[in-house]
Design a binder for this molecule. Structure first.
Ligand SMILES: [Mg+2]
Length: 265
């Protein structure tokens, strides 16, 4: 698998959340083949750059491409909502080193500084809910709740508890929550990718279905924002309030609808 040849001058950057937005686990293949036909058309006619902006790690992203039968590779990947990768012409993804290193360093510094605060958040959440605290090497603090409603409650609670360190942020995807740095999320990652192609926010398109997409579904990072019909309520509300496009169709069919709306193809 290889990426499409890059245009001499890009004129738009398209950022797609993967799970729930393009990828429908109940469909076979999980991403509709027509989606790729449209991407190819947008490349030829509009010089559009496209990529996946996801909470998945890079190996999980590659698994997703294979499972979903991607005919060609995206021009960029944002993994774990913050690490940026660009493919070389042979289709091997290489890290956007400067950004990824800065991000890693800042996150390490933040977690060191927030140790006590995170300990007290953990204690509080474990005392009041049945959520499970998770620590992995790449993600030093996270939570898995039993239900969506429980995570709604937890998120509200954390909003109050974490207020003392405004740089301590979190990304939520249904019952999963991962603590992180306010400055490194899907939105800031999209802006970094776009600046690499000399594209400003008004020429950026972003589509997502869940809480961790809120940061990129914002005019600071994308002038064209959308969500598929299957999105969670918080996303639909944000997209509508921001004058974005709420697709009727679910998953990749919804993404096609949104692209046709904004690019008139
Ligand atoms: Mg999603």
């Amino acid at each position: 698998m290889k990426p499409l040849q890059l245009p001499a001058t890009a004129s738009a950057v398209l950022s797609f959340d993967f799970d729930g937005t393009l990828h429908d686990p109940s469909a076979q293949p999980p991403v509709w083949a027509d989606f790729f036909v449209l991407i190819q058309q947008l490349r030829t006619e509009k010089n559009a750059i496209w990529g996946i902006n996801t909470g998945r790690s890079m190996p999980q992203v590659i698994d997703g491409f294979i499972e979903s039968r991607f005919p060609f590779l995206p021009d960029f990947v944002v993994a774990r909502e913050r690490e940026i990768y660009f493919p070389n012409p042979l289709g091997r993804y290489l890290p956007h080193t400067e950004w990824n290193k800065k991000c890693e360093k800042e996150i390490r510094r933040l977690f060191k500084k927030s140790r006590k605060l995170l300990d007290s958040i953990r204690k509080d959440i474990e005392e009041h809910t049945g959520a499970q605290w998770v620590e992995t090497s790449g993600d030093p603090a996270g939570l898995i709740s039993r239900t969506d409603e429980e995570m709604d409650w937890i998120e509200q609670r954390i909003r109050n508890l974490a207020a003392e360190n405004p740089k301590l942020s979190w990304q939520r995807n249904s019952i999963y929550l991962r603590f992180g740095h306010l400055d490194f999320q899907k939105g800031s990652s999209l802006t970094e990718v776009a600046s690499n192609f000399k594209i400003a926010a008004p020429q950026c398109f972003a589509i997502g279905d869940s809480h961790n997409d809120l940061a990129m579904l914002d005019s600071t990072h994308a002038g064209m924002i959308a969500c598929p019909g299957n999105s969670v309520e918080a996303i639909k509300t944000k997209v509508l309030a921001s004058g974005g496009f709420l697709a009727k169709a679910d998953h990749s069919a919804g993404a096609i609808e949104a692209l046709r709306h904004y690019f008139h193809v």
